[in-house]
Design a binder for this molecule. Structure first.
Ligand code: ADP
Length: 265
């Protein structure tokens, strides 16, 4: 609560009075705090790969370049860290674009079976490398009104996480079907992405959609994650008037449940 006291004299009165102004600023302060936390996080996240690139480049120049094997391994690290930097910048720009509503969604009818087929295609090489089975099945002829690129980002992020957080030999399963709302007045498409992966501890579940929140920082880094994927997913889902939640058991696997209106309101 912000309280301001202003002296004032009412017209016709001799004695000066005081005006008390009370304003609830908690929402404003919270927003300010979130914003400055985000800036601090962004700076930290950007500095880490830059420091690695600089450090390895310096070591190379100081002489390591003369040993071809060392040089190759340091240059590989520089390349990987530059890639991470690129992904981070891309995700940060994406998030800010979504939040400022600068690019409104372009809704069109999307045929889900072929759409999910394309997503699977794009991830098939990566899944094969980890010996992970991609099992995707949908109702035939299922259509949904959505922004195709953004829906692609949502589904790709969820499937990519499924692959990242599942040990070799596991499975990532995608299903899509129509469900009715409780009052049976609206129809939704429910898309589930489940994996046989490491799972998410109960205490972390409420926070995983926050920006930069990771259960295991080292694991997220080694799988190439930016910590922004799920917050982008959540934002894009909300722009589609949909919902997303997760059910998970540590050591068994996770299931992300996405529900989007069949027709945009
Ligand atoms: P990241 O780039 O770290 O993957 P995300 O925003 O996509 O960031 O996810 C946030 C965190 O949620 C991850 O770091 C990970 O700890 C957890 N997570 C997301 N998806 C899964 C999953 N399918 N299985 C287990 N943990 C997951």
């Amino acid at each position: 609560l912000e309280i301001n006291i202003v002296p004032m004299t009412m017209s016709g009165e001799e004695e000066p009075g005081l005006l008390l102004v009370m304003q609830d600023v908690s929402a404003i302060r919270k927003l300010e705090r979130m914003r400055s936390e985000f800036v601090a996080n962004v700076s930290h996240e950007l500095k880490t790969p830059v420091a690695a690139v600089k450090g390895f480049a310096e070591t190379l120049l100081a002489g390591a370049i003369n040993d071809p094997e060392t040089a190759r391994s340091f240059l590989t690290i520089i390349q990987d860290e530059s890639d991470r930097l690129n992904r981070l910048i891309g995700d940060i720009l994406e998030l800010s674009k979504i939040e400022s509503r600068r690019s409104p969604l372009q809704f069109s009818p999307i045929e889900l079976p072929s759409f999910l087929g394309r997503m699977t295609e794009l991830l098939s090489a990566e899944a094969a490398r980890k010996d992970i089975e991609l099992d995707v099945r949908t109702e035939e002829g299922l259509f949904l009104e959505a922004d195709e690129d953004r829906l692609g980002q949502i589904v790709m992020n969820l499937m990519q996480n499924g692959i990242n957080y599942t040990p070799e030999g596991g499975r990532v399963k995608v299903r899509a079907f129509v469900v009715a709302s409780e009052n049976e007045e609206e129809e939704f498409v429910r898309i589930t992405v489940s994996d046989t992966g490491i799972g998410i501890p109960k205490k972390d579940i409420p926070r995983i959609f926050e920006r930069f929140y990771r259960v295991d920082k080292a694991r997220s880094r080694s799988s190439g994650g930016t910590g922004l994927g799920l917050s982008i997913v959540k934002h894009l889902t909300e722009l589609h008037h949909g919902t997303i939640r997760v059910e998970s058991t540590v050591g068994v696997g996770s299931q992300f449940i996405l529900e989007l209106p069949l027709i945009q309101p």
